[in-house]
Design a protein around this ligand. Structure first.
Ligand code: PMP
Length: 453
């Protein structure tokens, strides 16, 4: 069989799927139209338009991994709010904790009596002893970068090509493959500061480039995900992280792991499972079960340097923190999440079922003789329309097949299965059942059959 699929075939199938969506989702279509009166692009957050549907899918409710849309269709959700709902939508212990706290004060700009227990639970789950809170992973990363520059007195940051750490200006930069220099990311709106001057970018899995970027002794920290998860899924090569950590230590560079997505790898995240020993760790999105919350943890040594930097600064705004961070409602949710959701049995279930899903996909891809790959990191899987596991972001760019990807998403959505938009990520939650995996695989098989016609 010819492994490449004619673009006319993809376009014809996509057109049929668009028509099918419109015919079967009259309420979503009507809401999308009505919402244009009050929202830019008809949605409260403009990314909500980045799904491959001709009109935005309006959600009526979500429970477990079942999402019900305005038209009453039910979906097996493998997107899970792009990890925010990794433990399922509205898990019962979380819903109860939020309801109980909601009647007892939401925010006081003072710690609730729960904070000592939550601090202990954070150390128990993630391993680091000291913590601060923020409302989003973007905020947490931004604050960590500020601390890192403050305590090292160094201006430069180091990130990997293809990284995404949230709406954090310093990290929204690209690598110029021709020169190896940093470029501002052209898609970023309203840029006036030259972040490329203060951030270095190197390819993932490239130790020589990383060492060269650290050589001048002016880098405050390396901010990295344990695997790239926002540019496809790019896992680390064997031995990569111990070597990176050794280089960071040798050059006095803080080693910061952003586990916002890789918390799906194992209980406590990838860094803990692989003993990476970071100086600072960031977790957002699912950390409190999907309520707006992010945390950053650090060692006693880093904490002492933070305290010294704060003491040495004049009184006034630090540029770190926002008013609602660490509020009582969030602490109640975080407490419940750390106790009832971040648990060994939950991860055992997630990892076992994700392995089953991986096997099922790989088997069907092989049978259909498609040159595609499935990459799995714990409970997170990525379907990649390329013949090997990518090694760095350029590898992903070189093999991009956006029309096929968009068709895959819409085809599956029209048959009751949600994948994560932007790429083809599937996340398995403690609420995912074998029947959900079987449903995904059956729809995937239908897609393979259609593509073979
Ligand atoms: N870090 C990583 C690794 C992420 O993937 C994201 C969002 N996708 C963020 C940080 C930012 O999260 P938020 O949008 O919730 O601030």
């Amino acid at each position: 069989m010819n492994p490449s699929i004619a673009s006319q075939r993809i376009a014809a199938l996509q057109q049929a799927e668009r028509e099918r969506f419109i015919a079967t989702h009259p309420r979503s279509v009507a809401q999308a139209e009505a919402a244009r009166a009050h929202y830019l692009f008809g949605v409260p957050l403009h990314w909500m338009r980045d799904w491959p549907t001709p009109a935005t899918l309006a959600v009526h409710s979500a429970q477990g991994i079942t999402l019900t849309c305005a038209d009453g269709h039910r979906y097996a959700d493998f997107c899970l709010g792009d990890t925010g709902a990794m433990f399922g939508h509205s898990p019962a212990p979380l819903a109860h904790a939020i309801a109980e706290q909601a009647a007892q004060g939401l925010t006081c700009m003072l710690p609730s009596t729960r904070s000592p227990a939550v601090g202990e639970a954070l150390q128990r789950v993630f391993g680091l002893p000291l913590w601060q809170m923020a409302l989003s992973a973007s905020d947490a990363n931004r604050f960590v970068l500020r601390w890192a520059r403050a305590i090292t007195g160094r201006p430069q940051l180091l990130v990997f090509d293809g990284c995404y750490h949230g709406a954090v200006d310093d990290t929204l930069v690209d690598l110029d493959p021709a020169t190896g220099r940093t470029l501002p990311r052209p898609s970023v709106l309203g840029q006036v500061h030259n972040h490329a001057a203060f951030t270095r970018v190197v390819p993932f899995n490239d130790l020589a480039a990383l060492e060269a970027a650290l050589a001048a002794g002016d880098v405050a920290c390396l901010l990295a995900e344990p695997a790239l998860t926002n540019f496809g899924l790019v896992p680390p090569a064997d031995g990569f992280w111990p070597a990176v950590r050794a280089l960071c230590r040798r050059h006095g560079v803080l080693f910061v792991m952003d586990e916002t997505h890789t918390v799906s790898t194992a209980l406590g995240g990838y860094a803990r499972a692989h003993a990476l020993d970071p100086d600072v760790l960031v977790v957002g999105k699912a950390v409190a079960g999907g309520l707006p919350c992010a945390v950053y943890g650090f060692t006693h040594a880093v904490g002492a340097r933070m305290a010294a930097a704060k003491a040495a600064a004049p009184e006034g705004h630090s540029g770190i923190g926002t008013t609602l961070a660490g509020n009582a409602l969030t602490l109640a949710a975080l407490d419940a999440a750390l106790t009832h959701l971040h648990t060994a049995p939950n991860y055992r279930h997630m990892l076992a079922l994700a392995a089953e899903l991986e096997q099922g996909l790989v088997h069907r891809i092989a049978r259909a003789q498609r040159p595609w790959t499935v990459t799995r990191l714990g409970a997170r899987l990525e379907l990649q329309f390329m013949p090997h596991t990518p090694r760095h972001a350029q590898d992903v760019r070189d093999h991009a097949q956006s029309e096929l990807e968009a068709l895959t998403h819409l085809f599956m959505l029209n048959r009751g299965v949600l994948l994560t938009p932007f790429h083809s990520m599937m996340l398995v939650s403690p609420e995912t059942r074998e029947g959900d995996v079987a449903a995904l695989l059956a729809v995937f098989e239908q897609l393979l059959d259609e593509l073979a016609r």
